[in-house]
Design a protein around this ligand. Sequence first.
Ligand SMILES: *Cc1c(COP(=O)(O)O)cnc(C)c1O
Length: 433
Amino acid sequence: MRFVSTRGHAAPASLDDAIAAGLAPDGGLYLPERIATVDGDRIALPPPSDDLAPTAAALLAPYFAGSRLRDALPAICAAAFDFPTPLRPQRGDGDHLLELFHGPTAAFKDVGARFLAEVMARLRGADDPDITILVATSGDTGAAVGAAFHRRPGFRVVILYPDGRVSPRQAHGLGCFGDNVRALRVAGSFDDCQRLVKQALADADLRARAPLGSANSISLGRLLPQAAYYAHSARAHEAAHGGPLNYVVPTGNLGNALACWLARAMGLPIGDIVLASNANDVLPRYFAGADYAPQPSVATLANAMDVGAPSNFERLRAWHASDDAVRAAMRAVAVDDAAIADAIRTAPAHHGVVPCPHTAVGLHVLDALRAAGDARPWAVVATAHPAKFDTIVEPLVGHAVTPPAPLAAQLARPAHAEPMAVDYDALRALLLD
Ligand SMILES: *Cc1c(COP(=O)(O)O)cnc(C)c1O
């Protein structure tokens, strides 16, 4: 399979080249030239089991046809997906949580980051110069990418995050790696960080002198594997109950929700998809009929979703013939901070869980669906562990939340981040250093 740019002005690329490049040369994002389907491509999914890896390997095989890594795909999946992604029934009838926070940095970003690292490590030639993975993060991506590439020979990681806009534990997690992982705390927003990274990736002169790789949600190597946990959970639900599962996806850059859409387009038993946004309501406004209009991001309790210009929108739009077709494919709801706080406070009694603020955005949307009489089965995607956001969650639920073991280990290490202005020349100089 070949991969084409959303903007249509770049030559089709192999998967390996598309992953290595990150951004297409015309500034667009890479897409598979067609969406493989379970029926059309005779994707032989294994029987539902606890193990995500075999499902992922079967699901992604059509996209790896023509890749140098085709035969390595099962091993890549086994190495990347070495933690569980359980679909857990909740207290309410038909309510589920898809728990994606059991990886090394306690957020779903571990799935894509670990897969990408396994792919890039295998694509790298023994004599290739070191690659610097450049990553802008609203909090969780940077840690996941740092963890996935930490001490991997041939790779360095430079993380840019908005200073003061990530939780204290997120900041610690970004700065705790050291070795080949460098954290920059930028005096600006996530959108500023993302712009700097895009500018560097589009800088041909820089790339000729300092080989760069991308690990943002614009990278195909992160987007594609995320479809696996939707396929896995939807099939598990179908095997147990029959019929499709509907999903509420806490949404920022739209990578996670787009993977859900992709899994549905591939023919998996997925029903409705609702995007749960925070006060950064570019997508809810668009889905309500307005033009797509990126805005400066505003800070909210669900900081990993503080995105004013969701980069994967370009993919979603390119995959549909018109704006109306996009609007028919899913819905989006905005949830303000007061409602997020309320959802965290009430979740232990209503749902039997303590959610992170992002998961709480989704739970609020589910509560609203139930209040409106929707009786269908729904899964809210639990995108991070609440202990990562202890300063927000603990006062609202009134007790301490114990960090899972990998998070506790990170918190026990010292952390360091370097200050940086929103200044492309400064970033460029640092990358050439
Ligand atoms: C990144 C992130 C999101 C948003 O996911 P997108 O793919 O950017 O839409 C939601 N919750 C958490 C905890 C995250 O880290």
